[in-house]
Design a protein around this ligand. Structure first.
Ligand SMILES: [Zn+2]
Length: 97
């Protein structure tokens, strides 16, 4: 960390990904959760995730309070192809009409 946060324009990033195995009372693995954190390499400031809900779920991505850690349910192997895929493209803020 060499750049003070006030004067930093984030250009380099660090990411940490951890995988948690969640077991039931019998010790069997029931769920896997990927935990993702991103920060600025130069000043260390954490990034926050913009979209997911706060909380914890085994079926959809969520974030911690403060949104600095993404919890994403995962499973081994390839996923079954979805019935439909949705893409949302929004105009950048301040780009005019
Ligand atoms: Zn920075």
């Amino acid at each position: 960390m060499t750049t003070p946060r006030q004067s930093c324009a984030p250009e380099r990033f660090s990411a940490h990904v951890g995988v948690q195995r969640l077991t039931d009372d019998g010790g069997r693995v029931r769920n896997f959760i990927a935990e993702v954190q991103v920060s600025c390499t130069d000043c260390g400031e954490p990034f926050h995730f913009l979209c997911p809900d706060t909380g914890f779920s085994f079926t959809r991505p969520t974030v911690n309070v403060g949104a600095t850690m993404l919890h994403a349910p995962i499973a081994p192997g390839e996923a079954v192809l979805p019935d439909r895929i949705r893409f949302e493209v929004q105009r950048p803020v301040g780009s005019g009409s």
